[in-house]
Design a protein around this ligand. Structure first.
Ligand code: SF4
Length: 359
């Protein structure tokens, strides 16, 4: 029996029942693939359900306000995925009459759709013979063929794509690709793969050599960058101030409290001057009411150390920074916020609401 046949049989018996597996609708498959990148299935499932309930058709997603899309995405991270999804939905409507194109190369022209997503949509929704190579598939193939080229190098990627193409079941590429991904997700795990349960262990070179821990070979990753954020939570009556992140940086187009980034976190005694400068205030106009402990927030390539400094403003104070928006404290939840801010508000929100308007 060929490896692709073994995989197909295994998949039929062992696949998880997931809503996007019951459809050939390319929009729904696209949505699921974008949501599931860098996200666990359990977490992605509720987002997928909410997205299809809110935007059951690509036209509705295209017509939505970006802020609404970002709000729905809140908590999933990697926000460029949501921005690209929204932009590509508009492209589908304006350039393709509201139907996703059926071929791999046209899919690649849509914003945010890379080789992996294009291959998934083309094979699963349209039956095109294109192999998917995501992280799970790369791991399976690197072990199956004992690939010594690093999987995160250009040469390694090319080799894996060639091997995945050779393995592809061209009669049913959609099922084959899903079977490969499912094997990687359920059996060929990153640490301690479940080789005893694996349907292709007899064909697997890494298993035969007793070297499953050696594969996939990787070159060292870029070091994690440390960043230090001090947020200013200024309340005036029942209102506070937020701004929209615009720079080409993490969390673009999300909202957060005014922020100063520094080389290290400032000492508490340095905060006073820093705040007055940033807020354009006189000393008597702002009173610090609370300083949060340092909060560590981990992103893939960045570690953020942050502190939230709460202040009460006198009625006559007005911020000089025009990009700050005055919003009711009770309305903060309507804005798309980075996970760091959202988590902080979950802890401090009640306190914040209770303090609003009090000296
Ligand atoms: Fe992965 Fe083990 Fe199966 Fe090889 S035998 S593909 S290492 S689970």
């Amino acid at each position: 029996m060929k490896i692709s046949e073994i995989l197909r049989e295994w998949y039929k018996k062992n696949k998880r029942i997931l809503p996007w597996r019951n459809t050939k609708d390319p929009y729904l498959i696209w949505l699921s693939e974008v949501i599931l990148q860098q996200t666990r299935v359990n977490q992605g499932l509720s987002y997928y359900n909410r997205f299809i309930a809110t935007y059951p058709r690509v036209e509705l997603l295209a017509a939505a306000r970006e802020q609404e899309v970002m709000k729905l995405w809140q908590g999933l991270g990697y926000y460029s995925r949501a921005r690209n999804l929204h932009a590509a939905a508009k492209q589908v409507v304006s350039e393709w009459g509201g139907r996703l194109p059926g071929d791999y190369n046209s899919l690649l022209k849509l914003r945010g759709i890379g080789e992996y997503t294009a291959a998934a949509i083309a094979s699963i929704a349209f039956g095109q013979p294109v192999a998917v190579v995501d992280g799970n598939v790369a791991r399976v193939i690197s072990r199956l063929f004992a690939v010594e080229e690093p999987v995160n190098s250009a040469k390694g990627q090319k080799l894996l794509t060639t091997l995945a193409d050779d393995l592809l079941d061209t009669d049913d590429p959609g099922t084959h690709n899903q079977a490969m991904m499912e094997l990687g997700a359920l059996v060929c795990l990153p640490i301690r793969p479940l080789c005893a349960d694996c349907p292709i262990r007899l064909q697997c070179l890494a298993f035969q050599k007793g070297m499953t821990g050696h594969f996939p070979v990787k070159i060292r990753k870029t070091p994690v960058r440390e960043r230090f954020f001090t947020y200013f939570v200024i309340t005036k009556g029942q209102y506070t101030y937020i701004y929209k992140r615009k720079e080409n940086d993490i969390w673009k187009n999300l909202f957060e409290f005014p922020l100063v980034e520094s080389e290290v976190l400032p000492e508490e005694e340095q905060l006073g001057e820093m705040i007055l400068q940033e807020a354009g205030a006189e000393r008597h106009q702002l009173t610090v009411t609370r300083i949060s402990p340092v909060i560590k927030h981990q992103l893939t390539h960045q570690t953020i150390f942050s502190r939230f400094v709460h202040m009460q403003a006198e009625p006559e104070w007005k911020p000089r920074n025009r990009s700050w928006q005055r919003v009711p404290l009770s309305g903060l939840g309507e804005y798309p916020l980075p996970r760091l801010t959202d988590r902080y508000l979950e802890q401090a929100g009640e306190w914040l609401a209770g303090r609003a308007g009090k000296p």
